[in-house]
Design a protein around this ligand. Structure first.
Ligand code: F3S
Length: 429
């Protein structure tokens, strides 16, 4: 791999031991992927949850903090397992809090901003066209690649951290022009486009999550070019791109007419659509089958209702507050909503937190509903309901819950009654 003079200096230890160790790992990574060179990294987004990073992650961050390492680019961090201000509500072992605090302290010393958020692309870490990103979060990287035209693979905990320490990353995967071209065309049937864009308040987060899952399951390891996608708000796009972690292997989707590299279908392919390219179509029936495949509980009684994967933005909290108006969550049901600190601050100023929690629902910051220690909090074999496909797919192993998948309207109804009404969907989605 061709290294710049500065890369070589780092590798030779001229910028300290921490930088040398980080660079030697990145060189090995680049060689493993056949990268030709290193590129400048514009921002990093790190995984910091102790439950996921474990003691090994804590030791890594503390070791580099003790070596006085500094993060050279803007660096934000992923959510963690609990709300740092309300962690005692969950009766968790003190170790959770102490170990998380130690990770946070080490990262703060190195210059990370403790955003604890998976929607950093909307505020603290906004990417630009052409930026090279070392981000761990799939939905944020999917948005950055596909809507902004930035470039980023879904990096590992270690590669993203070492990219921050050196400001460099091997040019591999979809950082390279030649790896960004689509390999499949997926047409969104007109009825699907109409259904996802006109269903109205309380339904769009689940519909877009479902459509994202279907796109991801069809494309899987191929970058798709999507034709016929309706115009969407930023929040809707965020929900669509939640498919980028549990379904697609590459975090890039060419939404023709929306993605900067795909103003037209021809342009998505660099000017000429290859002959014989694979083509698929998404119909209402496929979405209906996908929806039915997600709900597998054997009883209609639910124990917990979880929404906020990806984290809810302020307008989505406004929607929930409006839908909850004068309603009460049934005693014994946990209705948990997840967002980040910045949005929580806005929710407080605008009275949304009070309006939401007046119903008995609880709004948490920092905490990811997937990293949340469900087995400790809810116990095993419970029934959960959500509007997020990503949550269902990622959480399955944690306490072996069974699930209902539904819209916000259906979730709120279940929160009031304690039962999920399994809807008959003969027509439409
Ligand atoms: Fe965010 Fe956690 Fe979902 S990080 S996208 S809420 S899995």
């Amino acid at each position: 791999m061709k290294l710049s003079d500065r890369d070589k200096q780092m590798l030779n230890g001229m910028e300290g031991q921490a930088v040398q160790e980080a660079m030697s790992h990145l060189v090995a990574l680049g060689e493993a992927f056949g990268a030709d060179e290193m590129v400048k990294v514009d921002s990093c987004h790190l995984l910091i949850d102790w439950m996921l990073a474990g003691d090994a992650g804590l030791q890594l961050y503390e070791k580099f903090a003790n070596m006085k390492a500094k993060l050279r680019v803007h660096t934000t961090v992923e959510p963690i397992a609990f709300d740092l201000d309300r962690w005692d509500e969950f009766n968790l072992p003190g170790e959770f809090y102490e170990k998380q605090k130690s990770i946070n302290l080490a990262l703060k010393k190195m210059g990370a901003i403790l955003t604890c958020s998976c929607q950093i692309h909307f505020n603290h870490n906004q990417p630009k066209f052409g930026d090279n990103l070392a981000w761990t979060e799939g939905n944020a990287t999917g948005y950055a690649n596909s809507i902004v035209g930035a470039r980023g693979n879904r990096e590992s905990t270690i590669s993203s951290f070492f990219a921050g320490i050196t400001g460099r990353l091997p040019k591999y995967g979809i950082l390279c022009d030649e790896n960004r071209q689509p390999k499949i065309i997926i047409e969104i049937d007109r009825k699907v486009a109409d259904a996802v864009s006109t269903r109205g308040s309380g339904t769009t987060s689940s519909e877009l999550s479902l459509l994202g899952m279907t796109i991801g399951d069809i494309a899987f390891d191929k970058i798709p070019a999507i034709v016929g996608m309706p115009k969407m708000t930023n929040e809707e796009l965020k929900n669509l791109f939640s498919m980028c972690s549990p379904a697609l292997t590459a975090t890039l989707v060419h939404l023709v007419g929306i993605t900067p590299e795909a103003p037209s279908l021809d342009a998505a392919f660099g000017g000429k659509i290859p002959k014989g390219i694979e083509k698929k179509r998404i119909t209402l029936k496929m979405l209906q089958e996908a929806r039915e495949s997600l709900s597998q509980a054997s009883t209609t009684a639910v124990d917990a209702i979880l929404t906020g994967c990806p984290f809810k933005h302020i307008y989505e909290l406004q929607e929930i507050a409006d839908l909850l108006k004068d309603k009460k969550v049934k005693e014994g049901i946990d209705f948990l909503i997840f967002t980040d600190r910045s949005i929580m601050a806005q929710a407080k100023v605008n009275g949304l937190q009070e309006r939401i929690e007046r119903s008995g629902a609880r709004l948490y910051q920092d905490a990811c509903p997937v990293m949340f220690p469900h087995r400790l909090i809810h116990g095993p074999n419970k029934v959960f309901a959500t509007d997020s496909v990503k949550m269902i797919r990622l959480i399955r192993g944690a306490g072996k819950p069974s699930w209902y998948f539904g819209s916000l309207v259906e979730l709120i109804d279940a929160a009031q009654t304690g039962k999920f009404k399994v809807p008959l969907r003969k027509k439409g989605v």
